[in-house]
Design a protein around this ligand. Structure first.
Ligand code: ADP
Ligand code: MG
Length: 253
């Protein structure tokens, strides 16, 4: 994608769970090269929005245009193959496997039919390619020294980076991160922010759900604030911080 081009256009996206409108006709856009932060109180509908955009949940109505195509109704695997890749709020890994194996396996599950049975039929060539890609992505984010450590022995910060490496294996143009800084120590947060800035400088766009305001404000180009399933405001970090509505509803000041 060309920098500045509209990469993701979320248009009046809605999700009802029975009588509850979890996401109420939300619209926002992300331009190529931007980092967008999605913030709001618990229950605001952030994770549901994320799941709608990434194909994990079906929409009640609305459109999700990614690189000019309406991907609403596509499976999460089809969406990943089109260039949108995500991490989950809780780290998903096999602790007894190495970092490299975890990333290679994740790359595999994203790109193919995703069954273990199919994986056992992988030919040597395909397996070599998956491991080479996993190693390249781990190197890219500064984890070359941890390839052969057991994933379960890593601290939370490196585990989150491992998940990002896994999401990068499908060569996405848009990365969706659900609360990547939650629970991290200050040093780990700084290391994560450095990696995200590096990815941005390499042309990646990022949509990030996050609670940690200091982390968000110092990193993103744009913020969308959600409350009760609707969009309260969107703008630059400075505009959002200056908004009286946001201060009242979210920052509590
Ligand atoms: P956030 O991520 O901003 O904390 P969520 O998107 O998780 O908010 O939730 C938004 C609302 O939708 C909440 O009221 C939540 O209880 C409800 N909700 C989320 N997922 C489901 C579901 N699978 N079934 C029923 N209600 C749900
Ligand atoms: Mg959530």
């Amino acid at each position: 994608p060309v920098a500045g081009e509209v990469l993701l256009d979320v248009n009046k996206v809605r999700k009802q769970f029975g009588g509850l409108v979890a996401v109420n006709d939300i619209s926002f856009t992300i331009r190529a090269g931007d980092i967008m932060g999605l913030i709001g109180p618990n229950g605001a509908g952030k994770s549901t929005t994320f799941n709608l955009v990434s194909g994990v949940l079906g929409l009640t109505s609305g459109q999700v245009n990614f690189r000019g195509r309406n991907v609403a109704g596509w499976s999460s695997r089809q969406i990943a193959q089109a260039g949108m890749s995500r991490t989950f709020q809780h780290v998903k890994m096999i602790p007894e496997m190495t970092v490299l194996e975890n990333v290679a396996l994740g790359g595999y599950l994203r790109t193919s039919s995703g069954t273990l049975k199919a994986m056992l039929r992988l030919d040597r060539e395909e397996e070599r390619r998956l491991f080479a890609e996993a190693e390249a992505q781990l190197q890219r984010i500064g984890m070359a020294d941890k390839l052969h450590e057991l994933a379960g022995n890593l601290a939370l910060g490196p585990q989150r980076l491992m998940e990002i490496a896994r999401a990068l294996c499908t060569d996405p143009s848009l990365l969706l991160l659900d609360e990547p800084a939650a629970g991290l120590r200050l040093k780990e947060k700084q290391a994560l922010a450095d990696v995200l800035r590096q990815l941005k400088s390499e042309g990646l766009s990022i949509l990030l759900v996050e609670h940690d305001m200091d982390f968000v404000m110092g990193l993103v180009d744009h913020i969308t604030v959600m409350e009760f399933g609707t969009k309260l405001i969107s703008g630059t970090p400075a505009q959002v911080q200056a908004s009286p509505e946001v201060r009242a509803a979210y920052l509590g000041t």
